[in-house]
Design a protein around this ligand. Structure first.
Ligand code: C2E
Ligand code: MG
Ligand code: MG
Length: 551
């Protein structure tokens, strides 16, 4: 007989009071509630076992009160199956008297254990809501919330540079699911994660990202040991020796440094490196290349901020003077875009190619034209004689039937005489574009606006282009000049012939990229009398250019 003389009802009443007390003190350990039962029911050992209902795997076993009785004891067993796929089993051993419970005692114990179970479950819920915030319910390893918190903590402590981050993807895991079944695959996952985590310290992290992907945060000196596992390991998933699979994984690796400022950047970096590894036939591991992601970020920035930059005039117009080589007087200027980001001047090479992928470039060109016309209007109204200013127009405009009408509308709105604008166009290799270019240049000419071929000599169909399209100006690309002292006879001869051909065709010829006195000499010898380049001026902000204009 395991219970003392008090009536069952009396004991339940006292027990309920104790139970509510145990709960109100916010017991950390689920089992604190149990303590109140023992004196009243006289039980000895109590075991609570939580098992995964699907696989029978024991998740947790707690033993309360060890008993020292020599005889073999027969516990009362009660199992509750109702909680989140987890079975909870209680085993209650009698502390005194017979080594087994009588039927009447067992019925009473049943009530008692149901109460205990309810109390326990309530606390388990609290525990789980904390546990599953940071753990993956399937593998019970940590999840990405945990990973994010560790990253942020190490960034804050300035220890992040001690770590390497990895994104890991198990190879062919989908096929493995088909081959050995999802239950066995789950076992493989858990074992694999245990293996990864096994050789690491407390502060290192192995978190489940999704399905068969993990994120790791490890000490730099542990990278080799982790890569050794990723190259391939055998994992046993069943009781038989043959129940073994070889698991290998691809990884994206990022050697962290002190400038890393947030978790999102780390995730983006390792994911992009992992993608490189996954898309490569030869590479199993890819290291994050800062420049790749930086350029992706830059692209995103320019695309998303473009409208705002136009509105707030963060894109500014610089003017680069064009100079006569006869008297070194100012004869014109080229308008060039500069994007001001955080007070820094970003040159067009960084953003023009991105804008050129969409019609944003057309918006930019009209924005430049508008600013140029506004400036010219202001110069004229202040009695300053303007010079001809050239504006670059992208080839993307060629599909716009109304282009010339729209250009003229801007000029007229600011009352700028048409001869003060020059439109710079680059060469084209596409036939359809060629026809469009030809009619565009004709139409501009009909409206008193001159056009120039920009970067002449860098494209292809140069000769038919200048034969068939009535360009007024030929701009020889800076690559023709090179180092004037080092030029070969062949290059000198090419410059000479390009210049004389332009003059035979009745075109004006200007050379860009003039950087030295030698360049000036070379051009003059060949009778090219217009130049643009650093030797005279760099592209200048509007106020500085106005100083030059005023002489
Ligand atoms: P581009 O039209 O050929 O402009 C001349 C480029 O040569 C300018 O580069 C100018 O700064 C540079 N340059 C001038 N003198 C020298 C020199 O002596 N030496 C060297 N090495 N370079 C010199 P920038 O301003 O960087 O512009 C690059 C290109 O971006 C321009 O080439 C043009 O094609 C394009 N671009 C600039 N602004 C606009 C725009 O508003 N619209 C369009 N569609 N394109 C633009
Ligand atoms: Mg140009
Ligand atoms: Mg050019």
């Amino acid at each position: 007989m395991g219970m003392d003389e008090k009536s069952f009802e009396e004991r339940m009443l006292e027990c309920g009071t104790m139970l509510s007390m145990a709960q109100t003190v916010d017991a950390q350990e689920n089992w604190d509630a149990v303590a109140c039962f023992q004196p009243f029911f006289g039980f000895g050992r109590l075991v609570m076992r939580r098992t995964d209902a699907a696989h029978g795997q024991v998740l947790r076993e707690l033993v309360y009160y060890e008993d020292e009785r020599e005889v073999e004891l027969h516990p009362f067993e009660f199992t509750s199956k109702e909680y989140h796929g987890v079975d909870v089993t209680y085993l209650v051993y009698p502390a005194v008297g017979e080594p087994f419970w009588t039927g009447a005692e067992a019925r009473k114990l049943m009530f008692c254990l149901m109460m205990l179970h309810q109390a326990n479950e309530r606390q388990e819920l609290v525990h789980d809501s904390i546990f599953y915030r940071y753990h993956d319910p399937q593998t019970h390893h940590t999840n990405m919330n945990f990973y994010a918190d560790r990253c942020d903590e190490y960034i804050k402590n300035h220890t992040i540079a001690d770590y390497t981050a990895l994104a890991v993807n198990l190879s062919n895991f989908t096929n493995l699911n088909l081959k050995i079944g999802s239950g066995n695959c789950d076992t493989v996952l858990v074992k694999y994660m245990n293996l990864l985590k096994g050789g690491l310290d407390e502060d290192e992290v192995v978190s489940r990202y999704s399905g068969d992907q993990f994120a790791l945060l490890i000490h730099k000196e542990h990278l080799d040991q982790i890569l050794e596992i990723l190259r391939g390991v055998n994992i046993q998933y069943g009781p038989d020796k043959q129940d073994v699979v070889l698991i290998s994984a691809e990884a994206g690796i990022y050697n962290l440094h002190n400038e890393v400022s947030n978790y999102h950047h780390i995730i983006q970096a390792i994911s992009s490196a992992l993608n490189t590894a996954k898309n490569s036939i030869q590479l199993q591991f890819a290291y994050y290349d800062r420049s790749t992601v930086d350029s992706a970020l830059r692209r995103k920035y320019f695309e998303s901020q473009f409208e705002k930059a136009l509105k707030h005039e963060d894109i500014q117009i610089y003017f680069q003077p064009k100079v006569s080589l006869k008297d070194y007087e100012l004869i014109g200027a080229e308008a060039l875009s500069r994007w001001i980001v955080d007070g820094k001047v970003v040159p067009p090479d960084s953003f023009i190619p991105i804008l050129e992928e969409t019609s944003r470039i057309c918006q930019l060109d009209f924005y430049v034209l508008e600013h140029v016309c506004r400036s010219m209007h202001s110069w004229i109204s202040h009695g300053v004689k303007p010079v001809k200013v050239s504006v670059n127009f992208s080839r993307r405009h060629l599909s716009n039937q109304n282009l010339v009408r729209e250009i003229v509308a801007v000029l007229d709105r600011y009352e700028v005489p048409h001869q003060y604008l020059e439109v710079e166009l680059t060469e084209t290799t596409i036939d359809a574009d060629f026809e469009a270019l030809k009619s565009l240049v004709y139409e501009l000419r009909e409206n008193g606006i001159e056009a120039s071929v920009d970067d002449f000599g860098t494209g292809y169909s140069s000769l038919s282009l200048i034969r068939d399209v009535p360009f007024k100006v030929l701009k020889i690309d800076k690559s023709f000049l090179g180092d004037a002292n080092m030029q070969s006879a062949r290059e000198r001869s090419m410059i000479k012939h390009v210049i004389s051909m332009a003059s035979d065709l009745g075109m004006d010829c200007i050379c860009e990229g003039v950087e030295s006195m030698e360049h000036v000499q070379l051009l003059k010898e060949n009778k090219c009398y217009m130049a643009q380049g650093y030797f005279f001026n760099r592209p200048l902000p509007q106020d500085e250019f106005e100083q030059v204009l005023l002489g």
